[in-house]
Design a protein around this ligand. Sequence first.
Ligand code: ADP
Length: 463
Amino acid sequence: MRKYSLRTKLSLSYVSVVLISVFLISIMTNLLLDKHFKEYVIQNQKRKSEEIVSLVSQQFKEGNEWNIEAIEDICVNALGQGMIIRLVDSSGRVIWDARLHNNSLCEQMLSHIERNMSSRYPNWDGSYVEDEYPITHKLSKVGKIIIGYYGPYYFNDSDLAFINKINRLLVVVGLFSLLLSLLISSIMSKRLSDPISRVISTAQMISKGYFDDRITEQSSTKETAQLIETVNNLAETLENQEALRKRLTADVAHELRTPLATLQGNMEAMIDGIWKPDTERLKSCYEEIMRINRLVGDLEKLARYESENLVLNKTSFDISELVRHIIQNFENDFLNKGINVEFFGEKQTVKADKDKMSQVVINLISNAIKYTPHGGTVEIRVKGLHDATEISVKDTGTGIPPEDLPHIFERFYRADKSRNRMTGGAGIGLTIAKAIVEAHKGKIQVQSKINEGTEFIISLPNQ
Ligand code: ADP
């Protein structure tokens, strides 16, 4: 299928709308003009005839005298307008006859009108007609006047000039509208097509892998502005995904390197006969394999939460109830480690993804248990604020060094590497917690003092 640019299509539609409008207006104007003008001309003819009759009547004087000079003036003037006048007195004497006065002028006038009308209106069915009017003086008839003209109507020169003027005006308006429409259509189509061309070139760049390209153009057209925003969002998502993919690959490689190097070293030593493959050594190798296994498991979890945009299945529920339930599930762990647990919270309804929020609370509580020594306390609170709900998990544990605090939400970040390797954490629990809280448009903050304890505070906005 042949494709046309937006600019061509817009220009064509503008121009065709203008052409059709001008054409319709011209036809309507001419039709209306024809109808009303004809009526007007017929009325006018009647009025002029009556005027002439009245004027001529005034030229009659007592004793059958007529003011010939004035009558000649009136009749010559009427001849100029296409009327051929004959005045006869009551005895049948011709007082004035246009044909007698100047027959060739009369013929000229009539043929001029006929030529004009039949050339302009081929269907004109006019013919020469004569109307007779009586001339009265003091209520008695003193003569008659015969007015001959082309009936039922004809246009004299000034009528035709008027019609021509209107048609010329229509042509000028048409041409002007056409030029104006070309100008407006080229401005409008440029305004519409420029941002779209930019969207196309950006989308092409994105498809080539240049995810940092953005459309800076502004558009006052709603759809175009939405398109620009969508393409920019798409580019940003792709850019984030790409950065995430790169970081993830680097992180995974980094995390796998240590256990694999240990495993390789141990195996090589055993193959070379330096170490005997006894239970102790095999157990150490097994532990490294378990570590890799855990890492792969964690990676799977992380991929679920991070790679895709988090899809939330929001419901309304009492978050205090949920937290209380989780604490109950951890009861054994608290007992085993000899940690005292305290919970403060009243009914607080939130609209959130219940499963994902419980994952967040589980991560925070299990961290608190992991990093709090025997005899410590973990205090959990649910608080309803004016526009948010706060959930805090506070422990009297080891605390986090200030230099590590800004990084603990990063993937695979562990404050104390050696010790955390022992606790088995891969450093993604907080990453997942943060991703979930932020997907709920909430915030997660941390306050910690080394050897005093740590407090994590989640704030969920009330929607
Ligand atoms: P991990 O699986 O290692 O616990 P997290 O993402 O849950 O990973 O935590 C990242 C790091 O933050 C931990 O390795 C630990 O150093 C620190 N951390 C988290 N919670 C606490 C806490 N309650 N007390 C002390 N340190 C903590």
